[in-house]
Design a protein around this ligand. Structure first.
Ligand code: ZN
Length: 326
């Protein structure tokens, strides 16, 4: 059940993750020199067990894995890259932008966790919750060890299962995320850019690009012109109608932007807004991190297109720009 053959030389592998999405789907590509892997999973024992089972089922000698590509730096994708590199000696490729984000998130300084906790407080989150969010963020770093030695992916084309695939930068879910596209086969490796059921989290993070939702919507637009027979995402089911899914996700963000605009009209912090938006769900500190980052991404989008004004007293508040029509 963990292995699905997509084509002769292409496999989709379900690697368990300890999050509600249950699996990250990694991809294996066979060629005359051996194997390439796209994404690796989160480093915990369940995931390692499944990889070992997959290697044995497909008769893959670990030393025949020559390349590991990471679509982005998040730990459910990058977490086992170091482990796999130790087993295989393969190069681990990632975009330069996400290489930098990876080190800010999981390097020794834990810059991103600290910066995010400070931003949470500035945006109205109670300090004790912000501290929990920070501790939980720091703990994530345990699941990407050992840190791999990265090679920056500079090419705009890679060879996978003996064919050329275009590397398509799709900033949004992370600043440096990349997808892969094979025009003859019309296969699109969608990473976390387009998912089947849930909408990918678009969050504003410290030290990152300042309007990630705008980046994301542009990245959706960018891929909407591709001829795609099958999109292979990193979570959830295979997508057969990519353009329909792109339309649904775009609509979701338009609705959410309108909701957030209505909520903040008379002035609210991002935290107060998130409390309203997510009021039907009990959030733990891990989920609060994404809830606040996502709320901020939408509020910043509205701010940067002039619909909301930002003011700072003790905390940062957003409210309607009275000179712009709602
Ligand atoms: Zn993911």
């Amino acid at each position: 059940m963990y292995i699905q053959q997509i084509e002769n030389q292409i496999y989709r592998i379900a690697i368990p993750i300890p999050f509600p999405m249950k699996y990250v789907y990694c991809y294996l590509f066979k060629d005359e020199d051996g194997w390439a892997v796209v994404d690796t999973g989160f480093n915990y024992s369940e995931a390692i067990k499944v990889w070992e089972m997959v290697f044995s089922k497909l008769s893959i000698k670990t030393t025949s894995i020559h390349s590991i590509y990471l679509t982005h730096y998040h730990p459910d994708h990058s977490g086992l890259a170091g482990w796999m590199q130790t087993q295989t000696g393969a190069h681990v490729y990632m975009s330069e932008t996400d290489y930098q984000s990876f080190h800010r998130a999981f390097g020794e300084s834990k810059l991103m966790a600290e910066g995010f906790a400070n931003a949470c407080v500035e945006h109205g989150m109670p300090r004790d919750l912000a501290e929990k969010v920070e501790r939980q963020f720091v703990r994530m770093g345990d699941h990407v060890l050992p840190l791999p030695e990265f090679t920056i992916l500079e090419d705009n084309r890679v060879r996978l299962s003996g064919e050329d695939w275009d590397v398509i930068p799709t900033p949004g879910h992370s600043d440096g995320m990349i997808c892969f596209y094979q025009p003859k086969k019309q296969l699109f490796l969608a990473a976390d850019h387009v998912l089947d059921k849930i909408t990918p989290n678009i969050g504003l993070w410290p030290y990152s690009r300042q309007n990630p939702l705008e980046d994301y919507l542009q990245s959706l637009e960018k891929i909407s012109s591709l001829e795609v027979k099958m999109a292979l995402p990193a979570h959830g089911k295979v997508i057969n109608d990519l353009s329909a899914r792109i339309k649904e996700i775009t609509l979701h963000h338009e609705e959410r932007l309108n909701d957030m605009f209505q909520l903040t009209k008379d002035g609210k912090t991002a935290y107060e807004t998130a409390v309203e938006v997510f009021k039907d769900r009990e959030l733990n500190s891990h989920q609060w991190r994404f809830a606040l980052a996502e709320t901020l991404a939408h509020l910043e989008y509205l701010h940067q297109c002039g619909r909301l004004i930002k003011s700072k007293d003790k905390m940062i508040q957003y409210h309607a720009n009275q000179f712009v029509n709602a």
